[in-house]
Design a protein around this ligand. Sequence first.
Ligand code: MTE
Length: 318
Amino acid sequence: MLIKRSTAIKPSEITSEANFLNRRSFLHTASLAGSGLLLGSGCTQADTPADPPFEGRLMGENTTGLELNSLSDIMSYNNFYEFGLSKGDPAKYAGAFKPRPWTVEIAGEAEVTGTFDYGDIVGPHPIQERIYRFRCVEAWSMVIPWNGIPLRDLLRRFKPTSRARYVAFETVYRPSEMPGQRSRVLDFPYLEALTIEEAMHPLTLLVTGLYGIDLPNQNGAPLRLIVPWKYGFKSIKSIVRISFTATMPPTTWSLAGPSEYGFYANVNPEVDHPRWSQARERVIGSGLFSKKQPTLMFNGYAEQVAGLYQGLDLTRNF
Ligand code: MTE
C-alpha cells in the first residue's frame, strides 16, 4: 500500500486541519490504489443539540486542569471513517445507525466466551464518570466527560486464561447503515487491540455515554473504548467483538500505514509522526484562531501508566 510523504509542508507549519488533510490524502491514495470511491449517502442527519447546562450533573473530578469541551464540539468534530472522512460526516450520516439491540461476542483465551446482550455486558457494573484529556494523532485535543465502566471489571468476568496476552476489539460491520464502509478507504471492520496489561489498567474505560447522555452514534454508540494515554485511534467505536489472544492482533491503522501508526500509539511529544510534529496540539473549541498547547507525555497520564512500558524503547515501539 502506498504512503505518500508530504514535502510541501514543514511540520512546524502544520495545523491540525492540515494534519487531517494530510491523513486524508494518505487515505485518498490508499482508496485510489484500491479503486474505491467514497459514496454519498441518503442517511438522515444526527442531531447536534445546543449545549444544555450540564455543570451541576458532573460527578467526575476534573483533574486535567483544562476546560471541558462543549457537547456540540464533541458531537460535531469526529473521526469515524465508517461514516466518511470529514470531521462533520459522522454527525451528518450516523442518524440511521441503530445502536440497539446490540450484542458483543467474547472470544478467545478465556474460560467464559459467548455472545452477550448489551444489558449483560454493562448491567452488572455501576456507571462512572471520568473526565479525560483526549488527544488525536492528528494533533488536536479535547477534554471529555465520559460515562462508562472500567474495562478490567468487565474482562475479569470472562476469566482470561494465562495464555491471554492481548485483547482485540472489532467494530460492527454494517455497510447498509455506515456509508463509509461502502468505500475502500480502510479495511473494514475497524480493528484495534491492547496488551492485556493495558486493557486491565484502571484508566481504560468501556464507554457507554458522555455528559450524562447515551453515547451519540457519531461518538461510537453504544459501546466504545477510551484509552486516555494513547492516540485517539486506539479508542475503537461501536464494539461488537472482544477477544483474548496469545499473539499481537492486527490493527486497522498499523495495517494501513505501519510506518506511521504503531501498535502502541502512546501519546508522546518526543516522537513525531513521520509527516508532522507531535510536540503541540490544537485545542478544539478554543475559537477561530485555535489555541495550541504543549502535548504531554502519555497525554498527562505518565504517573499512572509509564510503569507499563519500563524497558520498552518508545521510539521503536511507537
Ligand atoms: N473507531 C472506528 N470504528 N472508526 C474510526 O474511524 N476513529 C478513531 C477513534 N475510533 C475511529 C474509531 C480516531 S482516529 C479518533 S481520533 C477517535 O475515534 C475519535 O473519537 P470522537 O469522534 O468521539 O472524538
